[in-house]
Design a protein around this ligand. Structure first.
Ligand SMILES: Nc1nc2nc(S)n(CCO)c2c(=O)[nH]1
Length: 158
């Protein structure tokens, strides 16, 4: 089995419900086991700042999918939840990014793992540190824009 960490975000529509639906789609997939889910964080938008606040989580999964197969499943979930790309870096119903896949370094035309911008993103590093302490450095500063919105004590609790 392969171990992977995904970052999920939403800043359009019923953000929490969309995150729950995306997590449920991961849970339902025959080749994916949900191992852990972080708390839900409300986070200031990074990149294009003139847009609504996001809700972000990080999930830990085990999977028999290949990295590209996992990417395709993430893209399918985005499509199922009506992800539309109106403005690059702009508002979206749901966004799933692969952060880590085992300890592998992957570079293809469509996929770079570990995620190349993860280390600049407190909205990823803070929830990631909650479920996988030490896997990546947590910023000492710049986390003021990442606030607990809903604590999650277990996968079933989500
Ligand atoms: N806080 C926050 N800012 C973001 N900017 C982009 S693009 N995204 C989408 C993820 O790449 C986010 C996000 O999920 N959260």
């Amino acid at each position: 089995m392969n171990r992977a960490y995904l970052s999920l975000g939403s800043n359009m529509g019923d953000r929490l419900e969309l995150l729950k639906k995306a997590v449920h789609m991961l849970y339902e997939h025959e080749a994916i086991q949900l191992e852990d889910v972080s708390s839900v964080y409300e986070t200031e938008p990074v990149g294009l700042t003139d847009q609504p606040a996001f809700l972000n989580i990080v999930v830990e999964i085990s999977t028999s999918l290949t990295p590209v197969g996992l990417l395709q499943e993430c893209q399918q979930i985005e499509e199922n939840l009506d992800r539309v790309r109106v403005v690059r870096w702009g508002p979206r119903t749901i966004d799933l990014d692969i952060l880590f896949y085992n300890h592998e370094n992957i570079e293809t035309e469509t996929l770079t793992v570990p995620h190349p911008r993860m280390h600049e993103r407190a909205f990823v590093l803070v929830p990631l540190a909650e479920i996988a302490p030490g896997i990546a450095p947590v910023p000492v500063v710049g986390t003021e824009g990442v606030q607990i919105w809903k604590t999650v004590d277990s996968v079933e609790d989500f």
